[in-house]
Design a protein around this ligand. Structure first.
Ligand code: 13P
Length: 294
């Protein structure tokens, strides 16, 4: 069942656990996410970025939601960066939209988020917005401190915009880190006290298990994940290819190599990579305490 993201996050806040929000982008990733959620009896939030096909992924998610009826899932537009993307997501059946205006001046962030929130709430769709800015891990040292969320501004932001959950910049970054990530735990606590709505952590991958668990204990309810799921999927794919095309074949277009390549199968390759994606996702769901919370 696809339900508003607010319903999932409010329960997670009440019972103090975290919900994994993997990026999904095609049929296989959506099904892997539904399977992981069913196998662990855990709620899940499917995060789809505009570039990955709003209408397409929505149709796929609705299909699997009716196939996996016992799963409690939300479908969220990840980093929705235009008015048009948010409206298309709402229209095509997303149950939540992230309105990401985190790089704009504060007033523009407030105004644009408020406008979309009014529309989304009118049709029961939840809204996530970001204050401060979560950067890219490869520029960790340069961007981390500049982007941190201001906790007083956070209180004002939530009051003015009426959003359902707030993405905060507390020391994580998207993608692989250059350097060692470290979190501002006091800041999480202060923001949580100031806003009293569920908090979202972008850039969950590579953050470290203990850091993530502590962040959840202090008030984070949604953890966005992609890089680590991708990594595990690619590892699985590499071992599938290596099994069929052993190392001692040099690839000089000889018969052995052709025979090995002939055994590779694009459908199996995709299934294998999704096995890795799902394994990593389930690992995080257990770590976040969301197993058996449906
Ligand atoms: P990672 O790829 O670092 O896990 O971040 C994902 C994310 O935050 C998507 O919004």
């Amino acid at each position: 069942m696809l339900i508003p993201m607010k319903d999932l996050l409010d329960d997670a806040k009440k019972r103090r656990y975290g919900i994994a929000a993997p990026n999904v982008f095609n049929l296989e990733s959506v099904e892997a996410a539904f399977q992981a959620a069913r196998e662990l009896n855990a709620p899940i939030i499917l995060d789809c970025a505009p570039a990955h096909g709003i209408e397409e992924v929505s149709a796929i998610a609705h299909f699997f939601a009716s196939k996996y009826r016992d799963v409690s899932a939300a479908l969220n537009l990840d980093h929705g960066d235009t008015f048009e993307a948010a409206i298309r997501a709402i229209r095509s059946g997303f149950t939540s939209v992230m309105v990401d205006r985190s790089t704009l001046p504060y007033k523009d962030n407030v105004d644009q988020v408020t406008e979309i929130t009014k529309i989304a709430h009118a049709v029961g769709v939840s809204v996530e917005a970001e204050l401060g800015h979560v950067g890219v891990g490869l520029n960790y040292n340069e961007t981390r401190d500049k982007g941190l969320t201001n906790p007083d501004q956070a209180a004002d932001f939530v009051k003015k915009t009426n959003i359902d959950c707030l993405a905060v910049a507390v020391g994580t970054s998207h993608g692989n880190y250059k350097g060692e990530p470290y979190l501002e735990f006091d800041l999480i606590e202060t923001i949580e006290r100031n806003v009293n709505i569920p908090l979202v952590l972008h850039g969950g991958s590579g953050t470290g298990d203990i850091n993530l668990q502590r962040a959840i204990a202090l008030g984070i309810q949604k953890i966005n994940l992609f890089t680590d799921l991708n990594k595990e999927g690619m590892e699985q794919l590499k071992s599938y290819v290596a099994k069929e095309v052993p190392d001692n074949i040099d690839g000089d277009n000889d018969d052995e190599f052709s025979e090995g390549v002939m055994k590779l199968n694009i459908r199996e390759a995709s299934q294998e990579s999704m096995k890795g994606y799902k394994t990593a996702l389930k690992y995080y769901m257990k770590l976040f305490g969301s197993a058996n919370k449906v």
